[in-house]
Every structure is written in structure tokens, then in C-alpha cells.
Design a protein around this ligand. Structure first.
Ligand SMILES: [Zn+2]
Length: 373
């Protein structure tokens, strides 16, 4: 599909436009975010397709369905609040959903080199996806001191160039674009697929793009004739302008004074939970509203959770403690999520990097993993 085939609709004023390049469009009339108008509205989950592509019938018709396994993040209850924990995405950020769609689109265009204007969280995720997809990717920054430490460390380790301006021949991808919305909206699809019973979905809002994306997801589901009635609430800091949400119907904005944001953050930190201040705020807004699910990143995860580190831990554990089940391996060193450990064990088993024996444990048969030699 060529870029001109898409019809875009402004999510703020409703203005319709076609033929815009998808990766950096804003409404020419009001500056609002543009959403892709889908030709068909059918909600059908395809379990064969990877990551968020399971929802292909409600995504743009992109041929390259590139995925690193984003999405299907767990919903847990903490302190009476349901949390859709986006930390379980490949780079630990909900923006992985956007990266999967954008990188797939770029692959469809047949482009090999791209740049991304730096936006915290998003750009690291986008670089991670781009590099894994074999694209050459650089980052454009206005000011090197504005780059988060985790992010710049990642760029340096991966040999990514930091460019000073957006001039250049390669395609420059920003965070706010119609494809990001398509990726992020899948959060609502997952809530719907799981049959989540909650009245309100609370998200942190800085630009407001996440809230807008969920709104678009909701509209797409309703276009399918589905009765999905979540209220979208965007939690933000009082005085912080959320440009993309001004005048948007269907998203309730809750503004909280800065000292309360810090209080909310501190309460989670005191309980050993790491999250960003805005996520902590969303959590508390969800708690106050009741009957809500907060879409946030909570816990701790960094990109050093890479496969080789987990693999080494697994080999060390087996060397020290002898044969164990995957669950016991995880129990021995709970540095990583159970899911991450299971995934690593499976992949090592497939590659013959670890061996196993089947043993009977009561009536059950279990796989005991061990070193091969
Ligand atoms: Zn507009």
C-alpha cells in the first residue's frame, strides 16, 4: 500500500485528508492528531499472527507484520486497582506497540535508513525495533543533555549516531503520527478481548497521544458494532498543557497538583515499586475513581534484561544448583519476570544450549533442565 492510499481523519476537529506521509502528520486545520480511517471494521483475533498483528483486521493494511512480541501485557491487581502493566513489552514501554507498526510500515516502503527525532521512551523503543529489523537508524537531538541517561547509554552501546538537525535525506519519524495511534490503540483491544469489567481506563498524559489512541481504539470497536463502554481518563499534572487533548470529546482530563504527584510517586517507591511520576499519578487517580484499570509501566526493567544476561544467569543457576524446572530456575534468582525466564529457557532448549530430562513428580511429569555436558 502506498502512503497516499490512506484517508486520515483529525481526532480533534474531524477534518479529513488523504495522501499525507504517515509518519509525521498533524491536522493542517487545527494541529490535532490524525487517525487512519479504516476501510473495514471487523474485530477478529488472529492468534497465528505475532504481537499486536493478532488484531490485523482493525489495523492499517500493512504487509510486513514485524513484531518483537509486544502487547498482551498482563493485567494485575495491586492495592485494589487493576493495572495493565506495559512494562512487559520488549523494551519495557508501551511505545513498543507504536514501534512495531511504524517499522512494519517503513519495511513496506522499502526504506533502509531512517532517523527519529528524540522523544524519551519512544525513540529507544523505535531504535530497538529498527535495528532488530535490519534498518539503519539514527537519532536527531536538539540538545544532548535532554536525552535520558538510559536512552543515551543504549544509543552509545548500539553505535547509533546522534544528529543535530532534521535535515537529511532519510525519513524522519516522530512520536506523534497516525501509525503510533494505530499501535497504541491495541491496548483497548486487549482489554476488550479479555472481557475486562471496568468502567474507566486511566492513562498518564503528557502529549495526550496515548489517551487519544485508546479513544480511537474504542471508536474502532464501536464501528464493529461492539458494545464497549470504557471511559477514557487522562491523568496529568496541573498546569501541564496537554495539547492533543484540548477540545477532544470522549477523554476526561484529570489534573493533579505537582505535590500530590510526588506524594503518589513516593507512596509507590516506599513499597518498592518503581514507576514514573505520571504513572504513579495514574495509579492513584484510578484508585480514587474506583472500578478502573490504570494503563501504566510499573516495576523495574531496563534493556540490560537482554537475552545473553538471562541466559548466563540460567546457566549459572543450573551449574550451581543442578537440575531444575523452569519455575525453580526463576525462583532461584527472581531478578527477571517469570515470563522472561520461561521464554529464555524455551529458546535455549530449542537451540540445544541446555538439556532436560522428564521426571515424574507425583502424578505430573515435569521437565528438569540441566547443563548438557
Ligand atoms: Zn483538525
Amino acid at each position: 500500500m502506498s502512503r497516499g492510499d490512506y484517508v486520515l481523519g483529525c481526532l480533534m476537529c474531524g477534518y479529513r485528508i488523504r495522501g499525507q506521509p504517515l509518519v509525521y502528520s498533524l491536522c493542517p486545520r487545527c494541529g490535532g492528531a490524525l487517525g487512519i480511517e479504516l476501510a473495514d471494521h471487523v474485530f477478529k483475533v488472529n492468534h497465528e499472527l505475532p504481537g499486536l498483528w493478532r488484531y490485523s483486521t482493525l489495523l492499517p493494511p500493512i504487509y510486513s507484520k514485524y513484531s518483537l512480541g509486544e502487547g498482551m501485557t498482563p493485567i494485575n491487581s495491586f492495592d485494589g486497582v487493576l493495572i495493565k502493566n506495559e512494562r512487559f513489552n520488549p523494551t519495557g514501554s508501551y511505545t513498543d506497540r507504536a514501534s512495531a507498526v511504524i517499522v512494519s510500515y517503513v519495511k513496506d516502503l522499502g526504506i533502509h535508513g531512517i532517523r527519529s527525532k528524540y522523544v524519551k521512551d519512544f525513540t529507544k523503543s523505535f531504535m530497538h525495533y529498527s535495528l532488530n529489523a535490519g534498518l539503519k537508524a539514527d537519532v536527531v537531538v536538539d540538545d544532548i543533555t535532554s536525552v535520558e541517561l538510559d536512552d543515551i547509554t543504549y544509543f552509545a552501546q548500539k553505535g547509533i549516531s546522534l544528529l543535530r538537525n532534521v535535515e537529511g535525506s532519510s525519513l524522519c519519524v516522530g512520536y506523534v503520527n497516525p501509525l503510533t495511534i494505530e499501535g497504541l490503540k491495541t491496548i483497548v483491544f486487549e482489554l476488550h478481548e479479555k472481557g475486562l469489567k471496568a468502567e474507566t481506563v486511566v492513562v498518564p498524559a503528557e502529549t495526550g497521544l496515548l489517551a487519544l489512541s485508546l479513544l480511537k481504539g474504542l471508536r474502532d470497536l464501536r464501528e464493529c458494532g461492539l458494545d464497549v463502554n470504557y471511559e477514557i481518563t487522562a491523568a496529568t499534572i496541573k498546569g501541564l498543557n496537554v495539547p492533543l487533548l484540548s477540545g477532544v470529546k470522549g477523554v476526561r482530563v484529570v489534573e493533579v497538583p505537582e505535590d500530590e504527584v510526588y506524594y503518589a510517586f513516593k507512596r509507590l517507591i516506599d513499597r518498592g515499586l518503581r514507576t514514573k511520576p505520571l504513572s504513579a499519578l495514574s495509579f492513584y487517580v484510578a484508585q480514587n475513581i474506583g472500578n478502573s484499570v490504570a494503563v501504566i509501566t510499573m516495576g523495574y526493567r531496563s534493556l540490560s534484561t537482554n537475552k545473553s544476561v538471562i541466559k548466563k544467569l540460567i546457566l549459572d543457576a543450573l551449574a550451581k544448583r543442578g537440575p531444575m524446572t523452569a519455575y525453580e530456575i526463576w525462583r532461584s534468582r527472581q531478578t527477571y519476570t517469570l515470563r522472561a525466564v520461561y521464554k529464555a529457557v524455551k529458546s535455549m532448549e530449542a537451540r540445544g544450549e541446555i538439556c532436560f530430562d522428564i521426571k515424574s513428580k507425583g502424578r505430573r511429569k515435569v521437565k528438569l533442565y540441566r547443563l548438557c555436558s
